[in-house]
Design a protein. Structure first.
Length: 181
């Protein structure tokens, strides 16, 4: 047994361990003698400090992934809000039209414009436009909206915003009673 610091080491063959230490010491001295650059004393731990760049890199990667996730989620939510607005606008037009004879493009356009003024989307969208309002032969109202959205964190890269469009439709109920659709 041999005591090293506070540890007790069991060395079954002390002569073998001393011989290995002598071989290592002579190999080190030959390497130092043949290479003048290697004459500096060896570092105590050659891998010391190699974990810090890894941690910084992983934190940067997590920050990038989080930023992209927030930006994509923000764009998706704003696009869905525009889609909901187009659907609600089409539904409002079909509820406002009283008779199938009143269901034409110009009346639907007027109702759609009045709806936008009434709702006042505010700062949700920039440059909100009513692109088209149409009524087809089966009395379905189609509303097309477009707007510029500015998702969080992407407004730095795209200062003008991203152009998105939405289509909403609703069918005019022309008879009383349950629907047959």
């Amino acid at each position: 047994m041999r005591r090293v610091g506070g540890l007790v080491m069991l060395i079954p063959n002390g002569l073998l361990a001393r011989a290995n230490m002598k071989i290592r010491a002579s190999a080190q001295s030959r390497a130092l003698a043949s290479d003048p650059v290697a004459s500096d004393p060896p570092a105590t731990d050659p891998e010391e400090g190699s974990v810090a760049p890894l941690i910084v890199g992983m934190l940067a990667l997590l920050l990038l992934i989080g930023s992209v996730t927030v930006a994509i989620t923000g764009a998706y939510l704003q696009t869905q809000h525009l889609q909901d607005m187009a659907d609600a606008q089409a539904n409002s037009i079909t509820r406002t039209i009283r008779t199938p004879e009143e269901a034409n493009g110009s009346a639907a356009w007027e109702y759609a414009s009045a709806y936008l003024v009434e709702v006042q989307p505010g700062q949700d969208f920039h440059a909100l436009r009513l692109e088209n309002v149409s009524v087809d032969s089966d009395h379905s109202v189609h509303v097309y909206l477009s707007a510029r959205i500015r998702p969080p964190l992407l407004s730095i890269l795209v200062p003008d915003g991203i152009e998105v469009t939405a289509h909403g439709s609703s069918r005019l109920k022309t008879s009383q009673g349950p629907s047959t659709d």
